[in-house]
Design a protein around this ligand. Structure first.
Ligand SMILES: *Cc1c(COP(=O)(O)O)cnc(C)c1O
Length: 414
């Protein structure tokens, strides 16, 4: 049986897959079992921050695996303590506390639980617990029951009702409608500063700063989902600072790029003092939350190694330089089948405008043809193909990828 046959027989078909089966990698490059070479501008969905193969991350994981893989949170884990310190002191530079999970959806569930606790601690004027979390259309917050309830896309919710109640989705960047619809039961606003899966849509600076003000005025929590845009990919360790440098959130979630491909998620809760003189993070005290695997020595070693490299090699700044050159190259094509380039740093979406055969979405069609031609660049929605290589990508690799992109686009769009 081939890989594809076994997958078809034994694995739930929750993903529609491309016919690509990588077995080995080196930096930005992947190879399949037949030796076909790919430039990886997918990075395992914005995850393989440092690229593939033998590198500081694979060495650190191997070494740690030989010393201690797991011991659980009943005991003290030094790598967890150090990774939390690095996230607080070096990445955010905002005081608070971190909880470690294993994925992005789990981290967002943690933010939702915080919002519920906050709503109990700070009820409405009638003394009723507040519970509503406002999120935005085209958002993506993960596939748990909490995550799909929070996500502003119908397709992830189909057939799973009754959903977790207490969510409302509004238009991104429409501050007036947001201000007009805050209700007594509202307790938090959750958003991706740069929406990833929903098609690379950026919150504007005015919108983020306006949300910050609304949260102060209405005693709401400002929750940022930085699972995809955080930790350097979009040009800052705190992703929202590429848009609104002075915004101060109450809690932030991470996953994807944090482990460089090793599964780890985390969320941070601010130390800001609430009306009862207690810090916000005290709402999530002993026994309030947990994870068997979360924060284990192996995962935290991966996270620490990734963050050390990203910070020390100044990869966020490099991501911004690469963005500039990618935008210049694509603009110089003046290609009639392209609409725009959206995004920040190395989280970019290229807008497509051509007719694909047999009613297929242009993004899926182009992604498949790009893969055939040796470039992995995943779709996001029907009209966007994403460019999100490892942050260690070289300028020469970007040039090669864009040349494949242009030639393939020429072929499929005429
Ligand atoms: C991918 C993603 C998630 C979900 O992360 P998982 O690790 O797949 O659970 C949540 N939020 C955003 C913004 C994401 O991009």
């Amino acid at each position: 049986m081939t890989t594809a046959d076994k997958l078809a027989h034994y694995v739930l078909p929750t993903y529609s897959q491309f016919p690509v089966a990588p077995v080995r990698g080196e930096g930005t490059l992947l190879w399949d079992g037949d030796g076909k070479r790919y430039l990886d501008f997918c990075s395992g969905l914005a995850t393989c921050t440092l690229g593939h193969g033998e590198n500081s991350l694979s060495r650190a994981i191997s070494k740690q695996a030989g010393e201690l893989i797991h011991c659980c949170n009943l005991y003290q884990i030094d790598q967890q303590a150090e990774l939390a310190r690095c996230l607080v002191e070096e990445c955010l530079q905002l005081p608070g506390r971190v909880f470690f999970s294993n994925s992005g959806a789990e981290s967002n569930d943690g933010l939702i639980k915080l919002a519920r606790r906050f709503g109990h601690a700070r009820p409405d004027i009638e003394g009723r617990a507040r519970y509503e979390v406002i999120t935005f259309h085209q958002s993506f917050h993960g596939r748990t029951l909490g995550g799909i309830a929070a996500t502003g896309q119908d397709k992830v919710k189909e057939g799973f009702d009754p959903l977790l109640p207490g969510f409302r989705h509004l238009e991104l960047n429409d501050l007036d409608s947001l201000a007009a619809t805050i209700q007594p039961e509202t307790c938090a606003i959750l958003l991706e500063p740069i929406q990833g899966e929903g098609g690379i849509h950026l919150a504007t600076r005015e919108f983020l700063e306006g949300i910050g003000e609304l949260c102060r005025d209405h005693d709401l929590l400002l929750l940022l989902d930085e699972v995809q845009c955080g930790l350097g990919r979009t040009g800052e360790m705190a992703g929202w600072r590429t848009i609104a440098p002075d915004l101060v959130p109450d809690a932030v979630s991470w996953a994807k790029g944090l482990g460089g491909g090793f599964p780890i998620g985390a969320f941070w809760i601010s130390e800001r003092i609430m009306a009862n003189d207690k810090p916000l993070f005290s709402l999530m005290g002993t026994g309030s939350h947990g994870s068997t695997f979360g924060g284990n020595p192996l995962a935290c070693t991966a996270g620490l190694t990734v963050l050390r490299e990203v910070i020390d090699q100044e990869l966020p700044q490099r991501a911004l330089q690469h963005e500039t050159s990618i935008r210049e190259t694509i603009a110089s094509w003046q290609h009639p089948a392209l609409t725009e380039v959206r995004g920040k740093g190395l989280l970019l979406g290229v807008g497509l405008n051509f007719k694909a055969p047999e009613g297929e979405a242009p993004s899926i069609h182009l992604s498949r043809e790009l893969a055939n031609a040796g470039l992995l660049a995943p779709p996001a929605g029907p009209d966007i193909v994403r460019l999100m290589p490892p942050l260690t990508v070289s300028a020469a690799e970007i040039d090669e990828a864009l040349e494949i992109f242009r030639q393939t686009l020429d072929r499929v769009s005429t």
